[in-house]
Ligand binder design. Structure first.
Ligand SMILES: Cc1ncc(COP(=O)(O)O)c(C=O)c1O
Length: 488
């Protein structure tokens, strides 16, 4: 049946094939959701051995292809929704986000031009307008949905660079980079996300262009060091394109002092981009919104909805304070955003995006806001932040656990510290092994990272259905695993 009509279309046969394929997949997902394990605990070698391609000239048909995907992919997937799955900024998704995906995928709209996504274009624009108001920007629609934090950070850095050169009367877009490029600088904290370095390298300016500002004991940017680094750059004749502040560093969840950074930068006319990939969720919060104080002052912002907004991957946004800066990346393609259409007021989001063909990810956030309402959304976001505070208090009471840093967002950094005397390197190795052993067993996925040179474990407590009791179970599993490792 499905072999005869592989394309989704209006024919009865196609609709029947669609229904069969979706029902078979949905049934399999529902079965998989009922699995108690977080992960079946297979090693890299086992999965390599097990997973075999079967591409044949005749094809297997939808039904078999789906059944094979269940066998080779679904069964050995990580249960991101599992209470013991807390290693990364990798969220469980809202049910309504799944429903949105069905529509996004079936309609396959592309966000580059109005004639490929009419209603979707308007929904995305309205959502960007709403997000701007929530952030504290002036009314407008400067911003776009992106594939996530890395791309949004790229947009901020690229526009900062081009605005800098435009002030010198030079168009990077037209003429490329000029001058002593080794003197170009971007400042960010030593805890900022590595996408700052990667993006600067992609922009042809290299990791060498990134100056890391010191952080305090809680991973927040040190303002004195920022001021000193700016002075140093000026004294060396270096050109500062931007300061990247972070609202929610990947491990510590640290929020840089946004207002003070924006005020300092304004005195020197330096672009500030805030990477709020994680902390941006607090825009919804009732209890913690003031952590983002000053975010409305900066030039551009990264938001990421596939983190603490509980959207399926991918879903991010870039917001730009002043729409005029979009002129810096303008390209008129006759087939997409012609002058004729623009004069007629036809919106074309391709002018605002690094991507051309682009998914309608905005629908997920739109439907989630409608389904949950702002209050419920705030509650599930606040849950993680409050939970991290409770878990931290509990950790400090455990004789064999040591809190490495007080939590700021929804992560807890701690380490196992045995009774017997071990040097720092041995404790670091033990904690690394705890993380590995837990994943190997399939029972838990706990992050292993470093904070101020200390190897530690990380719980990223995004999941709003996780209780303190769940985390206590996990912590006792950590302790048991550690003691087993020590007894070997
Ligand atoms: C602070 C921060 N910024 C940016 C990113 C990159 O975001 P994405 O993975 O969506 O590209 C991450 C990823 O975890 C992050 O933690």
């Amino acid at each position: 049946m499905s072999d005869l009509n592989p394309i989704l279309s209006s024919s009865a046969q196609s609709i029947e094939a669609y229904q069969q394929a979706i029902e078979q997949s949905t049934q399999a997902v529902m079965q998989w959701l009922k699995q108690p394990e977080m992960y079946q605990g297979k090693t890299v070698a086992e999965l390599r051995e097990r997973i075999n391609l079967d591409f044949s000239p005749e094809g297997l048909g939808n039904e078999t292809a789906i059944a094979r995907a269940v066998e080779y992919f679904l069964k050995d997937s990580l249960a991101v929704h599992h209470p013991q799955c807390v290693a990364h900024l990798h969220c469980p998704s809202l049910v309504v986000s799944q429903a949105a995906e069905v529509m996004i995928n079936a309609t396959n709209q592309s966000m580059d031009s109005w004639d490929q996504s009419p209603s979707a274009t308007i929904i995305e624009i309205k959502l960007i307008e709403w997000l701007r108001t929530r952030l504290g920007y002036q009314a407008g629609d400067a911003g776009v949905f992106t594939s996530g934090g890395t791309q949004s950070n790229m947009m901020g850095l690229m526009l900062a660079r081009d605005a800098f050169f435009a002030r010198l009367g030079h168009s990077v877009q037209q003429d490329g980079l000029v001058g002593d490029l080794r003197k170009i600088r971007v400042l960010c904290s030593d805890s900022a996300h590595f996408s700052v370095q990667k993006n600067m390298a992609l922009m042809g300016l290299g990791y060498q262009s990134v100056i890391q500002v010191k952080t305090d004991e809680c991973s927040r940017m040190d303002l004195n060091d920022l001021a000193a680094k700016i002075d140093q750059c000026n004294a060396n004749g270096e050109q500062i394109l931007a300061i990247v502040a972070t609202a929610g560093t990947t491990d510590a969840g640290a929020i840089d002092p946004l207002r003070a950074i924006a005020e300092l930068a304004a005195k020197q006319n330096i672009w500030v981009h805030v990477d709020a990939a994680w902390g941006g969720a607090l825009l919804m919060s009732e209890k913690y919104r003031d952590y983002l104080d000053g975010i409305e002052l900066v030039d551009s912002v990264t938001l990421d909805f596939h983190k603490q907004f509980f959207q399926t991957i991918s879903c991010g946004a870039f917001l730009l304070k002043e729409a005029r800066h979009y002129e810096l990346m303008r390209y008129q393609a006759a087939y997409l955003n012609s002058e004729f259409d623009e004069e007629a007021g036809v919106p074309n989001l391709v002018s605002k995006s690094l991507q051309t063909t682009r998914r309608f990810d905005a629908l997920k956030l739109w439907m989630s806001l409608e389904a949950l309402g702002e209050k419920k959304y705030a509650e599930i976001i606040d849950h993680g932040v409050t939970m991290a505070q409770q878990v931290a208090a509990y950790v400090t009471e455990q004789p064999l656990l040591e809190l490495v840093m007080p939590p700021q967002l929804a992560s807890v950094l701690f380490r196992f510290r045995p009774e017997q005397q071990l040097d720092d390197a041995a404790i670091a190795l033990l904690n690394q092994k705890i993380g590995d052993a837990l994943l190997d067993s399939g029972r838990a996925n706990v992050g292993v990272t470093e904070h101020n040179g200390v190897t530690c474990l990380k719980l990223t407590l995004l999941n709003p259905i996780v209780t303190l009791e769940d985390v206590k179970v996990l912590l006792s599993l950590v302790e048991r695993t550690a003691l087993e490792l020590l007894s070997k």
